[in-house]
Design a protein around this ligand. Structure first.
Ligand code: MG
Length: 331
């Protein structure tokens, strides 16, 4: 039996971070797992109630009764990876494949030409734009980014549009701007025919809509890219599908605690090593989405790259040791 301990935390967004999230502080828990073989590993549980997850107290209560949600299942899987590295006294970034991340633009209205030049100068070659509640306004605003020619641009609609709104959005963009779109993520809820139609306009990517694809029936998916969130998804299964259908992959954090973010980065570097040509720029670098804390302060970054987190496994050794852990079984 695994011994579970937890530490509840709050993280504070620097702005409205997701198209469907607010700027209120967000709750989750760090998980410490001790296996019968003596190995110890850490991970994050960061529910998104906006996506239908149960809140953190409910997740922990269920775990204490032996019921494991898919979110907690991923957390335990990631903690085990950390535990194995720790037991070998190895840092996860040692000898790992470097991979690039995109720059996340959550609020287009605030982006200036100077910002764009700075983003380019720090080495980013792709940006992701979270489209807000005024998609047509955002289409106009995005022209500024597309026309620099500096970046591959990814749009994320979080399934908020319908087909005709999507068409209108795309029609605002001129031909050379459109050519800089790398893909559009989750334009509207997945439906094979409508997505196939939409994919004639621009390449598509499946993020949350990945779960709505009937994989056993699909012959040719109407998207070119899948977004893999190790905190929320069976990674081996997703990689398998990507190789079967010859899809590109983007690994992203789940806009979670820095511990979850670093876990996503390590999964990305593993995939980079195994499938160097199938992994596009990733979205693990979500540090700026939250106010700094004692974990984010340990993460070293250079432009679009993670460089290091000191310690064994995913790092943060002393920081983990300093936390007041609660025994899940005694709660
Ligand atoms: Mg997305």
């Amino acid at each position: 039996m695994i011994k579970f301990e937890f530490y509840k935390y709050k993280i504070h967004p620097t702005s409205v971070i997701g198209a469907i999230a607010s700027d209120a502080s967000r709750e989750g828990a760090l998980l410490k797992c001790t296996w019968p073989d003596g190995k110890i590993g850490y991970s994050d549980i960061h529910p998104w109630q906006e996506l239908g997850d149960a809140d953190i107290d409910t997740q922990l209560m269920a775990l204490s009764r032996g019921r494991i949600s898919f979110l907690v299942e991923q957390s335990i899987w990631l903690a085990r990876k950390d535990a194995i590295l720790r037991s070998m006294m190895k840092n996860g970034f040692e000898g790992a494949s470097r991979f690039k991340n995109h720059f996340l633009i959550s609020d287009l209205s605030k982006i200036t030409d100077k910002n764009l030049n700075d983003i380019k100068a720090s080495g980013f070659s792709s940006v992701k734009i979270k489209v807000g509640n005024n998609p047509l306004e955002d289409a106009e605003r995005s022209l500024k980014v597309l026309r620099t020619g500096h970046f591959w641009v990814r749009f994320d609609f979080n399934s908020k549009l319908d087909f005709s709104m999507f068409e209108r959005f795309i029609s605002i963009l001129d031909k050379s701007s459109k050519a800089k779109i790398e893909f559009v993520e989750d334009p509207f809820p997945f439906e094979q025919k409508a997505w196939a139609e939409a994919s004639r306009l621009v390449p598509l990517a499946a993020d949350h809509e990945y779960d709505n694809v009937e994989w056993s029936k699909v012959k040719e998916p109407p998207f070119k890219v899948i977004v893999i969130k190790p905190a929320r998804q069976d990674v081996d299964k997703a990689v398998n599908r990507a190789t079967t259908f010859n899809l590109k992959m983007v690994v992203t954090s789940s806009l979670d605690h820095p511990v979850g973010m670093i876990h996503s980065a390590l999964v990305a570097s593993e995939i980079k090593k195994a499938y160097p040509n199938q992994l596009l720029d990733c979205g693990c670098l979500s540090l700026k989405s939250y106010k700094p804390n004692e974990f984010s302060n340990k993460i070293m970054v250079q432009g679009p790259y993670f460089t290091q987190v000191p310690g064994y496994g995913i790092g943060f050794d002393q920081t983990f040791e300093g936390l007041a852990w609660s025994d899940l079984h005694k709660e």
